[in-house]
Write a protein that binds this ligand. Structure first.
Ligand SMILES: O=C(O)CCC(=O)C(=O)O
Length: 339
């Protein structure tokens, strides 16, 4: 079945988002502005968007100002259902080959449970045909290109499942910037797509973003000191200003948010008895370059990742963070250049 909401419903929801973000966005989107149009004339600040015919002027302005852009009803429901089935098979351990190369993570407070009730993340599914088809789908790539340009790599893949929180609040994801995890630049040529696999809202732990925070610097991250514990690799910003105005991104199944890797974001506790799933890919221009993170705020992340890799490959194996990223990156559009 194709997604069950049509263009007028998509437009209505887009306008609800925009009303919600006013005065950040200021202009109501009209049905005319949903059609592709070539727009020019943004200010001379950092240009976060590559000019092409996909984004309307309003969408460009919104990404520039806020660092994120929600496209309602972008991924058809039948595709999401296929990703869900694949996730369930992996959770059931049905076929080990399906999960080759992936990291399967469990919520720290749910370790005694099994399957979907405990697994909170699949990471690095670049070799799983069904899940990776999300990253190479044309409906996503037409938008990805607006941020990466014509040569795009899928660098980091995740299916995030939030099982019902057992009271530990460990289903929360601390506020962070994704660039903390990436040893490549420039930041403006990297974008995340995050697609809701079911209705996400405040009760089940939707994404929370700080509009405009993508214009700041990469901040220091570490594990938050939470009473109930913190999940592996859930680093958060150390000096987070809790009074910063935040927006809860309530989304429908198939809605997709594209966001900048410096955008401060996180997600809340799943207070419901159901799951909250999303599928996500970080894309980068294949023209990006690797950086040395030794001695920077990213060194703690690099050490943790290389320790995990050594545990898998053997302590005596020389592991370099750039090699890890080089190996898991997959070209999805154009040519592979430097990444
Ligand atoms: O889906 C979520 O709850 C947040 C995921 C996220 O921000 C991440 O894994 O970096």
């Amino acid at each position: 079945m194709e997604s069950d909401t049509g263009p007028s419903e998509a437009l209505r929801r887009l306008n609800v988002f925009n009303r919600h973000f006013a005065p950040l966005i200021q202009q109501q989107v009209s049905s005319d502005s949903l059609s592709p149009s070539l727009q020019a004339g943004l200010s001379n600040e950092i240009q976060y968007v590559v000019k092409n015919s996909i984004l309307t002027a309003e969408q460009e302005r919104s990404y520039q100002e806020n660092g994120f852009l929600v496209i309602p009803n972008l991924v058809p429901h039948h595709k999401i259902d296929a990703y869900r089935e694949e996730f369930e098979l992996i959770c059931e351990g049905k076929n080990r080959q399906r999960s080759a190369g992936m990291t399967i993570m469990k919520d720290v407070a749910l370790k005694t449970l099994s399957g979907e009730r405990a697994i909170n993340k699949l990471q690095d599914f670049q070799d799983n045909e069904v899940l990776f088809s999300y990253c190479s789908s044309p409906e996503l790539l037409q938008y990805v290109e607006c941020f990466t340009g014509p040569d795009a790599m899928a660098m980091h893949t995740m299916l995030i499942n939030k099982p019902p929180d057992p009271g530990s609040k460990t289903s929360r994801h601390p506020m962070h910037q994704d660039l903390h995890y990436f040893p490549f630049r420039p930041a403006k040529s990297i974008v995340c797509s995050w697609t809701a696999m079911e209705k996400v809202h405040r009760q089940n732990g939707c994404l929370v973003v700080i509009p405009g925070s993508h214009k700041g610097q990469l901040m220091r991250h570490d594990y938050p000191k939470w009473e109930g514990g913190v999940n592996k690799m859930y680093h958060g910003i150390m000096d987070f200003d809790a009074s910063a105005p935040r927006v809860h991104l309530e989304m429908e199944k198939g809605d997709t948010v594209f966001f900048h890797p410096l955008l401060l974001h996180g997600s809340g506790t799943n207070k419901t008895s159901g799951f909250r799933k999303a599928i996500s890919c970080h894309y980068a221009s294949s023209n990006c370059h690797y950086i040395d993170v030794a001695g920077t705020t990213q060194a703690n992340m690099a050490n943790e990742i290389t320790d995990v890799a050594k545990r898998k490959l053997g302590e005596d194996v020389e592991v370099n963070i750039k090699d890890i990223w080089y190996m898991k990156g997959r070209l999805v559009k154009g040519e592979r250049i430097t990444l």
